[in-house]
Design a protein around this ligand. Structure first.
Ligand code: G3P
Length: 222
């Protein structure tokens, strides 16, 4: 598998509505141009229209642990699937949920036919999550999120230790994220054994998001 580039558009003003859609179209074009594996996680309210506009996988940023029913405001795995998404992020450092809820969400996602990309804020959390068999795990030290300083450069041991720990439990692709900003950061992540990267601000807030993503996509393929 090509190293994966997962783009979390978060709730930035730069990724609301039409601007988020434009970013997802850029990701789609870069994936086609380079052959890189890219997924996008736009804001939840935009999922349906993004799915209609791109051919790369679209993930939600979060689901809740409810089955369909009287749960006002909940995002169900079934609704995310029906919107045409292939998966969901879960337990992001900015949207943490308890381990038993993670387990429920993974089960609901599996039943609903969507994949799960589980975030972990440490090697230890990744070890607790791995036995639940999500489809991907992404380790992201919270202190580097949005910092512009890549985990793969600043804390390489977190990446390599997570890869080693997770693979000794389950053969799950391991991504790393927090501060990933350029092609060099992606290359370093892959050298450390990561199966890809999860990033947000370097792409969403870039003055030229296409150029940033192209550089990362080319680095991921080398
Ligand atoms: O989910 C991606 C993330 O938390 C990392 O954010 O802005 O450091 O790429 P950023």
């Amino acid at each position: 598998m090509n190293p994966l580039i997962a783009l979390n558009l978060k709730a930035y003003k730069e990724s609301i509505g039409e601007r988020g859609l434009a970013l997802c179209r850029i990701a789609d074009e870069v994936a086609k141009e380079t052959g890189a594996s890219i997924i996008v996680a736009p804001q939840n309210v935009d999922l349906f229209r993004v799915v209609k506009a791109v051919s790369i996988p679209v993930f939600a940023q979060h689901i809740d642990w409810n089955v369909p029913g009287a749960f006002t405001g909940s995002i169900t795995a079934d609704a995310v699937k029906e919107a045409g998404c292939q998966g969901t992020l879960l337990n992001h450092a900015e949207k943490k949920i308890a381990l038993e809820k993670i387990q429920l969400c993974i089960e609901l996602a599996r039943k609903g036919g969507i994949k799960t990309l589980l975030c972990a804020d440490s090697v230890d959390e990744a070890k607790r999550i791995a036995p639940l068999k999500p489809d991907f795990i992404a380790v992201e030290p919270p202190e580097l999120i949005g910092s512009g300083v890549s985990v793969s450069k600043a804390k390489p041991e977190i990446v390599s230790n997570t890869v080693e720990a997770v693979k000794s439990i389950q053969n799950i692709p391991v991504l790393c994220g927090a501060g990933v900003s350029n092609g060099e950061d992606v290359r370093k992540a892959v050298e450390l054994g990561a199966d890809g990267v999860l990033l947000a601000s370097a792409f969403v807030k870039a003055s030229n998001p296409r150029a940033v993503l192209l550089e990362m996509a080319n680095a991921a393929r080398q």
